[in-house]
Every structure is written in C-alpha cells, then in structure tokens.
Design a protein around this ligand. Structure first.
Ligand SMILES: [Zn+2]
Length: 283
C-alpha cells in the first residue's frame, strides 16, 4: 500500500504533465471506486486548467481554475500512468486501454494521465478548494510530519497519559497525518523504542526525539522515490512504487543491522498489522 513518500513521489511525477495544462478530455469509466464518484465528475473536470498539485497526508490534491480541487487516493493498488507527454520527459506512447483503467485525463499538452486500480480501494472526489481542509476526509487529519505544525510539543501532548502502544499512537492519523505501518516500524527502530511500549510511559525527551527521526525516515524514502523518477523513462510510465531498502521492515528472522547489536528481527502482530523490531536494542 502506498504511504506518504510514495504518494509524494507520484505527485512529483504528475506535476510536470499537469500543472498549467488544461484537462481537454476526461473519461470516467465507472460510477465508483471505494466510494461513488461525485456528480458529473467528467463535466466538472473537462476544460479546467490545473493550477497546482499538492499533497495532504496520502491524498494528492489537484487545484483547478474552477475553484474545485480533485482529491485522489491511491488506496491499496492504485497506479497513475503518464503517457504521451510532449515535454520530452517521458517517451511512452499511449498504452492500450487496460481493464482497470477507471479514469483517463487527456491534457491539452498531449499528456494522458490514467488512473488504474484493480482492487478499487482508491477514491476520487471534488472539493471546494477554499474549504477543502474542512472536508470530511481532511478535517480529521493531524499535522503533516514534514510541515511546521508538527513539533516536539505536539507529540509530547498527544502521547501524554496514552495507554495504547507507541506503534498504535504513531499510526493514529489524528496525531500525525500520513504515517503508515512501514515507516512507523522504521522510525521506532531508528529511535531504539519497542513498538509495544505504552506511548504515555515513554520519557518526554525520547518522545521529542521521535520528531526528527520521523522526518529523516520520510525524507530518506522521498529521496529514494526521487531517484526512481529519474528512471521513469524505462519504467513504462508508471508512478508510485520504488525499490527501497528498509532497516527493519519485512526482515523477520534476519540479523539486526545496528552496529554492535547481535539481536534478530522479530515480527509481532499489533492491531492486526505486522510490527518488525529488534527486541535486543528496541526497549
Ligand atoms: Zn538490534
């Protein structure tokens, strides 16, 4: 499932083909994905200039000249494909339409943006740009981990007296927006904190120390995504997934990578999701 760094990478990959261009044609091939598409979605997209792309949590937001914003969520298996881009960055011809191509946007610069999602957990919606932050999906989100509102004090306050495990607290989208299972495991490993520790029982200084680690883990992954964009030409125009080395995630039974630690990575299930950690150096 794409997490924040993957979504950021997709957004950066789409921006050159979409920003400043007009959606000349919008084709919507079914009435819904995870939720129904908004009324007359194709009509409301067609003829609109794209002012800018941005990201909030795991949502890509496409601001249109009409004052509406197209919200895109990739869900579990959603992919964005760019083809026929005239800017010379991407050389792919338009591919043959595939079974799960649900939304196709033809830009007036010749680029075609295709949203393909076999499992249909993805979503698209149209929001008023001015009040987008107050919408049902966005208003429940905590601060962006890479934004200015995410601070040491914010995390200390959020963890105070919390009885749930730190893993669960970091996955709480109301505390931090966009952190998912993979990057929470990586963060706790770098911090040397067991995912099973109660959030409220961790010393304030250690909680504060999580803030720069979260930023570092995400920025490293975004940098890896950025390098993957350079190989885009050979990648068939598909955006969103890239090879990335993890320190602890998905390494069950393998030796801990920390210098001087002789521990072995273990997997435990917490709230139905796998946590990977080293019981020797994560306390
Ligand atoms: Zn270890």
């Amino acid at each position: 499932m794409p997490e924040l760094p993957e979504v950021e990478t997709v957004m950066r990959g789409l921006a050159p083909s979409m920003e400043g261009a007009v959606i000349a044609r919008a084709q919507v091939n079914r009435p819904d994905l995870r939720w129904p598409f908004p009324d007359r979605m194709a009509d409301r997209l067609m003829g609109q200039r794209v002012d800018r792309l941005r990201r909030r949590s795991k949502y890509i937001l496409v601001d249109l000249a009409s004052g509406e914003t197209l919200l895109i969520h990739l869900g579990m298996s959603g992919r964005m494909l760019v083809s026929g881009d005239p800017l010379g960055q991407f050389v792919h011809d338009h591919p043959t339409a595939e079974k799960h191509d649900h939304v196709v946007l033809d830009m007036d610069n010749g680029a075609r943006i295709t949203f393909n999602d076999p499992r249909r957990f993805g979503a698209m919606d149209l929001l008023d740009t001015a009040t987008a932050e107050d919408s049902k999906l966005l208003s429940v989100l905590g601060p962006e981990p890479l934004g200015n509102q995410f601070s040491e004090q914010h995390l200390i306050n959020a963890f105070e007296n919390k009885k749930s495990p730190v893993k669960t607290a970091l996955l709480d989208q109301g505390i931090i927006a966009g952190l998912g299972n993979i990057y929470v495991c990586e963060t706790l490993y770098r911090a040397g904190i067991s995912p099973k520790r109660k959030a409220g029982a961790i010393a304030q200084q250690k909680v504060a120390g999580l803030v720069p680690i979260i930023r570092e883990v995400l920025q490293d992954a975004i940098a890896a995504g950025g390098s993957s964009l350079k190989d885009f030409r050979s990648a068939g125009g598909e955006l969103g997934y890239f090879q990335h080395q993890f320190d602890v995630y998905d390494r069950e039974g393998k030796p801990c990578k920390r210098k001087g630690c002789t521990g072995t990575v273990q997997r435990v299930v917490q709230s139905g999701r796998s946590s990977f950690y080293c019981p020797t150096c994560q306390r």
